[in-house]
Write a protein that binds this ligand. Structure first.
Ligand code: MN
Length: 237
């Protein structure tokens, strides 16, 4: 009996390799996930660096995307080299490290990388037109489109220090929330639909201390309504 068990164990790695090889051949497993450390990808900017001007300058984008965001991605990957999160997605790492003192640096850098990747998608040169379903949800939740903008602006202004202002789905309700520093709604069971980065690095070169002017211009000219519509429909966190 014992001998039989040993024999089985000895053949197990071969079986695992075979299944792995077949999966690879069929394209079922991504090569990058096999035996590698967790990595955070710097997502490409979905428009040119100068595409958001005059509301957000090329200079701001060069620093914000090229230095601040790139810095969070680099630092996250450096910290993740210590191991423990192999094969995990950014969302999973955020869930595993949120609120845990020993993982503060990993949480801060991975969450900032996630928040920024999300933020780039929330903006669109010219903004585009609002989808009827999104407009309907906003009016039902906030009374009117103007009241939504006013509430979002108030929230952005009242966030003390660095952080983010968000439109989120809480269950099936639309809400406006703010988070401090790197914190993110996905660590609190809320589904982000839209965000504006209100760290000073996001607006200081263009607006100096006028955070409200920056947020107002983003809301009036740069909201990617199609992205919000797709987030409302998607099952993703
Ligand atoms: Mn930022």
């Amino acid at each position: 009996m014992e001998k039989h068990w040993i024999k089985k164990v000895r053949y197990l790695p071969n079986i695992v390799c075979l299944v792995g090889a077949i999966s690879l051949a069929l394209g079922l497993v991504e090569c990058s996930n096999i035996g590698e450390k967790a990595t955070i990808i710097q997502e490409p900017l979905p428009y040119k660096m100068d595409a958001l001007k005059p509301y957000i300058s090329e200079q701001t984008m060069r620093f914000h995307y090229g230095k601040h965001y790139a810095g969070y991605v680099d630092k996250a990957n450096q910290l993740l080299k210590t191991g423990g999160f192999e094969g995990k997605t950014a969302e999973e790492i955020i869930a595993l490290t949120a609120g845990k003192k020993e993982y503060t640096s990993i949480f801060n850098n991975v969450a900032q990388a996630w928040n920024h990747a999300f933020f780039w998608k929330c903006l669109k040169p010219g903004g585009g037109t609002i989808n009827a379903e999104v407009a309907d949800r906003i009016i039902k939740s906030f009374g009117s489109f103007d009241k939504f903008k006013q509430k979002f602006l108030e929230a952005a202004k009242s966030r003390f220090g660095s952080g983010w202002t968000w439109l989120v789905l809480d269950g099936d309700k639309l809400k406006i929330v703010t988070t401090g520093n790197a914190d993110t709604p996905i660590a609190h069971g809320l589904k982000p639909l839209f965000t504006v980065d209100v760290w000073e690095h996001a607006y200081y070169l263009d607006y100096q201390n006028r955070r409200a002017d920056y947020v107002r211009q983003v809301l009036n000219h740069l909201v990617n309504w199609d992205f919000i519509a797709s987030r409302l429909k998607s099952k993703q966190a």
